[in-house]
Design a protein around this ligand. Sequence first.
Ligand code: B12
Length: 278
Amino acid sequence: MEVGNQIRELRKQHKISQKNLANQIGVAQSAIANYETGLRTPNHEILIKLANYFDVSLDKLMCRMHENTNWHDVAEVFFKSLMHHDLDSCLGMLRHMMEKGINIQDIYLKIIKYALVKIGWLWETGVISVADEHLMVYELEKVMGYMQSDIKISITKDKKIMGLLPHGELHEMPMKLALDLLKYDGYDTYYLGRNIPETDLIKFIKDNEIETVLISATMESSEVHARSLANRINDHIRCEIYLGGQAFRKLQFDKEGISIEDGFKIVSTYQVLMEALR
Ligand code: B12
């Protein structure tokens, strides 16, 4: 059941009209009507007011969490707060989910990734400007940072993992998402970005005893640079190298979601990488 249907159900159970409910919550009657028909999704603040008024948990109001989570609704509410640059609500939602024991991988891949893809879609369709796109991505990264400072991260796995971007690639978020997830999973991770002089890069790998290098390529034009970066690292030092990202989406993967090439592997998803590292 979607959040709108749930609001209607609860309103009927409490035998209250849309108008009265709107007065109690401090919104217009049309807002309640729009929530109920699914035309609009209430923001985090309104959801809390509704949950308090009906005396139900947010989980119940949103017909979720865990296995029954209605991820689309949750992701939409989060996205709406981000659109309004309401970072407190964004963070509040993520904190609430973590308190409820929702796993961090779901939060990243179903809420944060959803927001990134939706930002891209709104930009592509001309709904938001490049300026809005940049600001929202920046704010999203800030929310991810705050969230991290809330969690006690401990290194439990004896493997150091470094993340790089190929030459010309500006899409950092996919790599940062992967490294955060690995960090939450107990790996020691390092993000170095792009254009590190080769000698410095090799020295860093040696000095820090990095065992695994990840390279994320989003733009089609980055595919060739990602492969050449992997080959150049291989020329100097032996370490596991995994490539991933949208640039490889047309590649034929084996049934495990991996494509094995000379000196490195290309993986189709984060989950496949996590499995491969185990
Ligand atoms: C944010 C964003 C930007 C930001 C990046 C900011 C930052 N700090 O990262 C900025 C504004 C810089 C930007 C710039 C551009 N962008 Co842009 N951008 C996006 C957007 C909206 C989100 C990207 C993202 O983070 N997605 C979320 C991640 C988590 O999902 P993902 O990329 O699919 O990654 C998944 C897997 O591939 C995998 N994965 C990814 N990397 C790795 C690595 C490993 C090792 C593993 C295991 C897995 C893995 O895991 C992820 C989770 O499932 C996308 C829209 C979209 N649909 O993705 C466009 C998008 C990627 N951008 C696009 C374009 C065209 C551009 C520009 C050319 C725009 C322009 N005209 O200037 C420039 C080019 C920049 C450059 N040279 O790299 C196109 C790319 C088309 C293509 N594939 O060739 C997209 C798809 C938008 C579109 N539909 O047109 N962009």
